[in-house]
Structure formats: structure tokens, C-alpha cells
Design a binder for this molecule. Structure first.
Ligand code: SF4
Length: 452
């Protein structure tokens, strides 16, 4: 007789233990092993009132956010639905089978209030990083730096030329606009007005994508330890080269201050090979720059580039291919101390003039004040260690690919620089947790063998 399933799901008594239903090799089991938020309540306690109705447990909100960023669930509304239905998510968030899931609006309330005031997301990031350090995943010998552009939540049509915007006439000032104006006040006129500003998220940078239309974007800047690919620091900036370079200094100093780690070598691409940054690395921080030098001194028209001239440090002069000297002119020494000029008496009769300075009376060479640091970087570029560094740099690129493809962070949901910072911190925390599980969690047991 064909059976008939009654479909009666009315509750009687269940003997149900959530822990029994989460597979031993589930990613969240591994993450739970390495995530310790025991001191989160103490960190946040000054930001809660001692009276009134109890709030939602902040650890529950953070655990839910970690689930969202680990599994690429970007919408908080969807995250709440998933946490309601998924047993593993409930288990990880310490929710019982019948416990209510917080409303999605709780996230934005806490984020804009206590979490930002107390820098809670950085606190969580650093707790996870502490664990990576204790587990020996951060070697501290070599760090790699890079930035990746992430689209802002700003419509490309809702922008105006920077000089055309009068913010005092804008009727409803939103939170990102308030933040942007406060940052402008702080900069006290030192920042250049951008060509194009978004009215929804003015801190985002109007940036041209290769092969596509321009859009508003932020950059996530990663400082990554090359031993296991752990993100040791993350910083959000507008997608602008000079901001990305400045973030390098901020992150290196912060890691040194907070973790007591300063790398022996710093790996980066040509964007980090500016003279000023190389000078800072070599002269100030004593870090080996494994970075290609940003160099425009070579020529492509067959005339002598700067490498054809030898610098004589003892006499502070260049020696040209004809054996003559280029010196700093005493008259302009104060104004332009790093410009070296040949003598008209040497250049005029010179047989090499056509290959040296065909369109000028004399040859001039500009020397950067950080030229010695650039020479250090050039010398390092010929070593085997540098070749290894080129390979190590791929670890950052892989993290960015993972960030966009697996964690689906190719467009931000939160606005303003602080919104971008929140999202990038959470994503880096999720990546470090996943990396710890990959390196340290025991492999899943083999499935039982079933004879054919
Ligand atoms: S043109 Fe002047 S600087 Fe150039 S090789 Fe001749 S002497 Fe030297």
C-alpha cells in the first residue's frame, strides 16, 4: 500500500540539539574555534547606559556580520532571513532554535552609534589578528602593500563639477555629506576641490576604469604579511593614488605601534615607488623597498638618459659621457638645490652634443632629494630576494580577487569614508578568519568506505 505522509508539523516535544546538526567540517565550526569575542562587552560597556531596557547583545550582531561577510551575504535584510533559516548560522550566532533574530535595522543603528564611536570593528579585526599572531601565522619579515578600487554606492549621474556645488544651498544634508564637510573643515582648505563630486557620497572619488565609463569609488588598502597572507592592516581611502600612498605610512606606523612589528622589506608595485615614499622607507623607517622605482629619467628618443651620467657623491656633481662635470649653480642653489648643469664652454664644442642635449644649449639633470633611497631600490631590484618578492606580491592580488569574487565586495553598500572603512574592516576580518581555518583547522575526516 502506498504510504501517505501526513505533513503534520505541529510541535509536540523535540529532542533537538543544534550542535549535532552542524557538520564537523563546516567553515563556521573552524571560524568559531578561532574567534574569541569574550572582551567585546567590556570594550563596549562605556557606550551603554546602566539603566533601561536591555539592548541586543553586541556579540550577536558582530557574529551575524561575520557570517554575512564570510559568505558574501551583503544585504542585512537577507542576512537576517538567512540567520533565521540556517541552522549553522544560528549555531554560530549562539541562537537557540526558537530565539528571535534581530531586525535588520539594528545593524545600522549600532553601526552609526556605538560601533563607530568605540571603533568596534577595528577592535574585532585586531582581536582576530592577535590570534593569527599567537598561532604563528604572521612572520613579520615581509609585508606587501596594494590597493583595490571598489565602486561606491553612488549613481554616476548624480554628480556635479566640484566648483559648482554650494553645499549651503543643499536642502537635506545626509550623513555622508555631513562627514565630508567635517573632513573638509579639518583639512582647512589644504585639499584640492575634485573635478566631479557625487551628491550622494561626496567623499568617493570619480575614477576612470580601464575600458569602461568612469564611476565613483573608494580604495581598500591592504598591508599583508607574506608568510601566510594574513591582512595585518586595512585602510579605506578615496580611489586616488596619493591617498593610497599616504595610507602606506599610516598602516606601517599603526602596525608598528599596535603589534610591535616592522617589516624588513616592503613589497609594492610602481605606484609605491615615488621618491618621497622610498625616502621615507629607507631613510626614516629602515625598511628595504622591494618596489620598482618610479623613474622618468630615461629617454626613448636615443639621447642620453640619466643613467649615462655618473654621480660623484664626494664632490656633489655628475660626470657626463664626455667626462665633463655637471654642478649645482651657486646662484640658484637655494631655490633649486637639486638641479645640475653642464658648462656652456663644455657643451658647445662637444662631439656628443647631438646625442645629449640636441635642443638645448647645455645639459641639465634634476636629482631628487631622495635619490640615494632610489639607488637602494634600484640595487635591490637586481637581487634574488626581489624576484621572490615579486612572487609574494601575488598574495595581495589573490586576496583582492577573493574579496570581489567570493565575498562579493565589488560594490559598497554603505556610504561615506567611514562606511567604506566599516565594510573593508569586516571583509578583512572575514578573510583572516577563513585563512586561519585553512591553515590551522584539521582536515575533515574521510567519509566512511562503502563496499560496492
Ligand atoms: S653635451 Fe655637455 S653634458 Fe653632454 S656629453 Fe657633451 S659636454 Fe657632456
Amino acid at each position: 500500500m502506498m504510504g501517505h505522509h501526513s505533513g503534520n508539523q505541529n510541535r509536540l516535544f523535540y529532542s533537538f540539539h543544534l550542535d549535532d546538526h552542524v557538520p564537523p567540517n563546516h567553515l563556521l565550526r573552524g571560524i568559531d574555534r578561532f574567534l574569541d569575542l569574550s572582551d567585546l562587552r567590556q570594550h563596549l560597556s562605556p557606550y551603554y547606559s546602566h539603566t533601561g531596557r536591555p539592548s541586543i547583545d553586541p556579540e550577536l550582531l558582530i557574529r551575524m556580520l561575520i557570517v554575512g561577510y564570510c559568505f558574501g551575504i551583503r544585504s542585512e535584510r537577507r542576512l537576517c532571513e538567512e540567520a533565521h533559516l540556517n541552522l549553522a548560522y544560528r549555531w554560530f550566532c549562539r541562537l537557540g532554535l526558537e530565539d528571535p533574530v534581530p531586525d535588520h535595522s539594528s545593524f545600522s543603528k549600532n553601526r552609526h552609534g556605538r560601533f563607530r564611536d568605540s571603533d568596534t570593528l577595528r577592535f574585532v579585526f585586531e582581536r582576530v589578528l592577535d590570534r593569527c599572531l599567537r598561532e604563528g601565522l604572521v612572520g613579520g619579515e615581509g609585508f606587501a602593500i596594494d590597493a583595490s578600487v571598489v565602486k561606491a554606492d553612488a549613481n554616476r549621474q548624480r554628480g556635479l563639477p566640484g566648483n559648482d556645488i554650494d553645499w549651503s544651498r543643499v536642502s537635506a544634508i545626509s550623513r555622508p555629506v555631513r562627514e565630508y564637510l567635517a573632513a573638509l573643515d579639518e583639512a582647512d582648505g589644504e585639499k584640492k576641490v575634485p573635478k566631479n563630486i557625487s551628491l550622494t557620497d561626496p567623499a568617493a572619488q570619480w575614477t576612470a576604469a580601464p575600458g569602461g565609463p568612469a564611476f565613483y569609488a573608494y580604495s581598500t588598502n591592504y598591508l599583508v604579511d607574506t608568510h601566510a597572507g594574513i591582512v595585518v592592516d586595512v585602510e579605506a581611502t578615496p580611489a586616488y593614488r596619493s591617498d593610497e600612498v599616504n595610507a602606506t605610512k599610516t598602516m606601517i606606523d599603526r602596525v608598528e605601534h599596535r603589534l610591535g612589528k616592522k617589516p624588513q622589506r616592503l613589497i609594492g608595485d610602481t605606484a609605491y615607488g615615488t621618491a618621497a615614499l622610498l625616502g621615507w622607507m629607507v631613510d626614516e623607517k629602515k625598511i628595504e623597498p622591494h618596489v620598482p622605482v618610479w623613474d622618468k629619467s630615461e629617454r626613448s628618443d636615443g639621447t642620453f638618459g640619466r643613467s649615462s651620467f655618473i654621480f660623484d657623491a664626494e664632490h656633489n656633481r655628475y660626470v657626463c659621457p664626455a667626462g665633463k662635470f655637471l654642478k649645482t649653480a651657486w646662484r640658484s642653489r637655494k631655490k633649486d638645490p637639486f638641479r645640475y648643469r653642464a658648462s656652456l664652454y663644455d657643451c658647445q664644442p662637444c662631439a656628443l652634443k647631438a646625442r645629449c642635449s640636441p635642443n638645448m644649449a647645455i645639459r641639465k639633470i634634476d636629482r631628487s632629494p631622495h635619490e640615494s633611497a632610489r639607488d637602494v631600490a634600484r640595487a635591490l631590484a637586481k637581487t634574488e630576494a626581489y624576484q621572490q618578492s615579486r612572487k609574494d606580491r601575488k598574495k595581495v592580488e589573490m586576496l583582492f580577487a577573493h574579496l570581489k569574487r567570493i565575498l562579493k565586495l565589488d560594490r559598497l553598500r554603505l556610504r561615506g569614508l567611514s562606511g567604506a572603512q566599516d565594510e573593508f574592516l569586516l571583509a578583512a576580518t572575514a578573510q583572516n578568519l577563513r585563512r586561519m581555518v585553512k591553515w590551522l583547522a584539521p582536515p575533515a575526516p574521510e567519509p566512511p568506505w562503502i563496499p560496492a
